[in-house]
Design a protein around this ligand. Structure first.
Ligand code: H2U
Ligand code: ZN
Length: 350
């Protein structure tokens, strides 16, 4: 029996948020939805898809006949670089009505010309093209903006609007709430404990091993001690890399390998294309000292018990704090035991 089989709370040191863990509820009767998993039989090219090579997008521009990755400015970007003439009149004085202008840029990154290939179905070399595209966009945008968010929404359940494999980049001048929290907590940790928060965390997790899902020379994949989502994982660079622009070719290739294995195992847990939101957290670009930062990625998948039964962050979670039944250690064990051969290639998971 695990040492964690009692009700307890764990603290996320990156955000300061707590999660309530209730392992004894794992065996309760389940009355949730059990819809059938929709079979995926997408074509390699879809003439109605705005992301496929050669097709028209919403703003009437035409995608080139790209053969690796393809980046374009989001036709419906949440941020633009335009400064409004109203900014001078914004009210900065009243603490009950704080407001500030937000400027930035939003891009879409197509991972592959193939409409029906998700990350785990791409080769390591093709995933490496995606990693390098992330890096180039990071370098270009971080020269101009303080905060660059690179992320992917995968699956309809996560609000992904197109099945074509793609992610997004949002860059802006302000620090987002999550980056500000991670900035404050990593800085505080270094001030009080001397070390780098995630650097120290990596050492503890490697020594313990229970929550390690995968590791290579440069990357560690763990179900973090403080995971809120059932199969949440954290990818941390083992080296002193503070932002995406600093990755060497060797570290990039090692990251592509880690992504290939992690996303393949995710798909194999329930034999489905595992939905998630994932993204990279880098040091903000305009810091005098960023030595407290460590480049890392978060995967937040919503599935709980099957291809269709997902965790809802509702009720207590919305009004109090995250709560989970499946312990992070059990989730890690499931991910450790999942096959590295994708179920579509025929593995032993079925
Ligand atoms: P999501 O699937 O994560 O929503 O990302 C797809 C993005 O692609 C979405 O933000 C953009 C949408 O605005 N898009 C275009 O910019 N042009 C199009 O023709 C279709 C979709
Ligand atoms: Zn497509």
């Amino acid at each position: 029996m695990s040492q964690f089989e009692f009700t307890h709370r764990r603290k996320n040191p990156l955000t300061g948020n707590w999660v309530l863990v209730s392992p004894h509820r794992n065996n309760r009767p389940w009355l949730g939805a059990t819809e059938k998993n929709a079979p995926s039989n997408l074509p390699e090219y879809d003439n109605t898809c705005p992301l496929c090579p050669g097709n028209h997008r919403a703003n009437d521009s035409i995608n080139p006949a790209y053969d690796k990755t393809f980046v374009f400015t989001n036709d419906f970007g949440a941020l633009t670089s335009q400064v409004t003439e109203h900014s001078a009149t914004l009210n900065h004085d009243n603490p009950l009505f704080e407001i500030e202008q937000a400027t930035g840029e939003c891009r879409v990154i197509c991972f592959s010309p193939k409409h029906n290939k998700t990350l785990p179905e791409l080769s390591v070399a093709e995933i490496n093209d995606v990693v390098n595209t992330w890096k180039l966009n990071y370098i270009e945008l971080s020269a101009q903006y303080a905060c660059v968010h690179i992320f992917e929404n995968k699956g309809e359940v996560m609000g992904c609007s197109q099945p074509h494999p793609h992610g997004q980049v949002w860059a802006h001048n302000h620090l987002s709430t999550e980056i500000q929290l991670e900035e404050d907590n990593q800085r505080n940790y270094q001030q009080h404990h001397g070390g780098n928060l995630l650097g120290d965390y990596v050492k503890h997790e490697i020594a313990d091993g229970e929550r390690v899902v995968y590791q290579n020379d440069h990357w560690l994949v763990v179900v973090p001690f403080w995971a809120a989502w059932p199969f949440e994982t954290l990818l941390v660079c083992k080296d002193d890399v503070r932002h995406f622009g600093e990755l060497t070719d060797v570290q990039s290739t090692a990251l592509a390998q880690a992504i290939k294995i992690l996303t393949t195992r995710y798909d194999n847990v329930f034999n489905c294309s595992f939905p998630y939101s994932m993204g990279w957290h880098s040091a903000p670009s305009k810091l005098d000292d960023n030595s407290h930062w460590r480049l890392h990625g978060h995967f937040y998948p919503p599935l709980l018990r099957s291809a269709t039964v997902k965790k809802h962050m509702v009720g207590y979670e919305m009004l109090a704090e995250s709560q989970r039944d499946l312990s992070p250690e059990t989730a890690a064990k499931i991910l450790q035991n999942a096959s590295d051969i994708h179920y579509s290639q025929g593995n032993n998971n079925e």
